[in-house]
Design a binder for this molecule. Structure first.
Ligand SMILES: *[C@@H]1O[C@H](CO)[C@@H](O)[C@H](O)[C@H]1NC(C)=O
Ligand SMILES: *[C@@H]1O[C@H](CO)[C@@H](O)[C@H](O)[C@H]1NC(C)=O
Ligand SMILES: *[C@@H]1O[C@H](CO)[C@@H](O)[C@H](O)[C@H]1NC(C)=O
Ligand SMILES: *[C@@H]1O[C@H](CO)[C@@H](O)[C@H](O)[C@H]1NC(C)=O
Ligand SMILES: [Zn+2]
Length: 469
């Protein structure tokens, strides 16, 4: 296998449109093209890939011979505003410089000299103006997010293909039924309004290390601080009555923190709220406080857990609050968990990921951004309607930020979406920066609370609940 030639196919269509084709078992995920569109990536034997009807859509194809010690990595320009991009070289130049840095000059070839069907082991498998697929030596792959420029993201391809599932129409219908019968509930309003900003302020300071008691310098997936954060999160969630597991998913990575509240009735239905607690810092700097990305989503989960305890909420379906690791290396933790849930036949009714809730640009209103591309439109509609009821202070719009951990659930056919801090592009000047602290201009706890209220109210409406005394 390792020396035979393989094919790669990048296509604009969704993998679920291919249920009957040989491609469906050669799917490796959905990738951001860097221009607010996405591509589906298929890899495997040439016979299958070249049997594809190329007139069916916008596709790119490459053939290659895998190197056994190489990993394939997708890199792309994150969906950030022009303003933030202006101080960096354009992607095409930066890509050449990056490849020169990871592969000494002359040790790879230009792919254009290797048409389909010829053997090639170069570094760049595919490139566009804002994304690329690279061969990366495995020792570099682990740290790729610390080597790429700050306005890029990287995702390692999973080690084996993903079987992709569409979201079943019954699941979509159940969400739509919640939306159409949606009515303001004073109980829900009183519950979600009691989320505490002072508590969130304490929680984020522990996670960022601004509180020097935590000793956390970085929550990068491989850093010691991420393990400190995982144990601390487990303890905090367990104090609220959840049962938590620190679940390892890949060697070297900090674990996912999976916390569960059992339903008060017999059911296998489970609703999930997620965030990622791992973080990224500036190039060459060990500090990675991740105050906004994604400490803000993590403290929103924790604020919901604390309120579940203080209001003695019992849910009528199972509920999981999950803090993922490995997001910055390409959704590694959430992909492992979503695949496991699919393999176990789990009944996941809804998944909402909170990634970056805190940054508010000068003169902008409090906002909630919902993803344009990845996820289930019915869940987007539900969240948007819930927002109007319980957080009317938020202006709701669509965002280009797209590919956080809900994508892993989307790929596995679970109804899902993301909540984000603004409409349009990412505008936080401390994005992927060692200065991503909570004590700074633009870090807005009112906005974090307003969005946490929306996540929590959506959960209460979807799961059903009883309040204790
Ligand atoms: C890349 O950008 C150049 C210059 O703006 C443009 O001419 C070219 O068509 C773009 N290529 C792609 C693949 O978008
Ligand atoms: C979940 O419960 C429903 C209704 O009780 C049942 O029909 C279904 O088979 C169960 N699913 C699983 C995966 O156990
Ligand atoms: C999932 O749970 C819902 C809500 O209880 C139930 O209606 C549905 O039948 C379950 N689906 C499966 C596949 O178990
Ligand atoms: C949900 O929001 C849409 C507008 O986005 C509106 O037309 C609809 O009436 C709302 N539904 C409910 C139940 O509030
Ligand atoms: Zn993030």
């Amino acid at each position: 296998m390792s020396f035979s030639m393989l094919g790669l196919l990048l296509a604009t269509f969704q993998p679920t449109s291919l249920q009957d084709s040989c491609l469906s078992s050669r799917f490796y995920g959905i990738y951001n093209h860097g221009d607010a569109t996405t591509r589906s990536l298929f890899a495997g034997d040439l016979e299958c890939l070249t049997s594809f009807d190329f007139s069916r859509g916008d596709v790119a194809f490459a053939a290659y011979t895998p190197n056994s010690d190489d990993v394939l990595a997708w890199v792309y320009q994150a969906p950030v505003s022009e303003d933030l991009l202006s101080s960096y070289p354009p992607f095409p130049q930066a890509l050449d410089a990056f490849v020169d840095q990871i592969y000494p000059k002359g040790s790879y070839n230009d792919p254009s000299q290797h048409p389909i069907g010829s053997s090639w082991d170069g570094a760049i498998m595919y490139r566009s103006n804002s994304s690329a697929l690279l061969h990366v030596k495995s020792e570099i792959a682990r740290d790729i997010d610390t080597l790429i420029p700050p306005m890029w993201k990287a995702a390692l391809l999973p080690p084996s293909p993903i079987t992709s599932y569409p979201v079943p129409s019954d699941d979509v219908k159940r969400i739509k039924d919640v939306t159409s019968s949606l009515k303001f509930s004073p109980d829900i309003a009183a519950t979600v309004n009691s989320i505490s900003i002072p508590q969130m302020r304490n929680d984020i300071r522990f996670l960022t290390g601004e509180d020097d008691k935590s000793g956390i310098i970085s929550r990068h997936s491989f850093a010691e601080g991420s393990r400190v954060a995982a144990a601390w999160l487990r303890d905090r969630f367990e104090e609220t009555g959840a049962r938590c597991t620190l679940k390892s998913f890949s060697q070297g990575f900090a674990p996912n923190v999976i916390c569960r509240y059992d339903a008060d009735v017999k059911t296998n239905a489970t609703a999930i709220l997620g965030a990622h607690y791992d973080s990224r810092g500036s190039f060459g700097n060990t500090r990675a406080p991740g105050g906004d990305d994604d400490g803000s989503g993590t403290i929103s989960l924790l604020s919901i857990a604390r309120t579940i305890a203080s209001k003695n909420v019992k849910f009528h379906t199972n509920v999981e609050l999950v803090a993922f690791a490995g997001e910055e290396q390409g959704l590694v933790g959430s992909r492992a968990y979503a695949r496991e849930l699919r393999a176990a036949g789990a009944n996941v009714t809804m998944m909402i990921q909170a990634d970056m809730l805190a940054y508010r640009a000068p003169n902008e209103p409090l906002q909630l951004g919902l993803p344009e591309s990845i996820g289930t439109p019915a869940v987007v509609q539900l969240v948007s309607n819930v927002s109007a009821l319980y957080s009317p202070e938020l202006t709701v719009g669509f965002t280009k930020a797209c590919c956080s951990d809900h994508q892993s659930f989307h790929e596995q056919g679970f109804a899902s979406t993301q909540v984000f801090e603004r409409a349009g592009w990412i505008a936080d000047p401390m994005y992927h920066n060692s200065g991503d602290l909570s004590d700074r201009e633009g870090y807005d706890f009112e906005q974090v609370k307003a969005i946490a209220k929306v996540q929590f109210a959506t959960l209460l409406h979807v799961a059903g609940f009883a309040l204790g005394v």
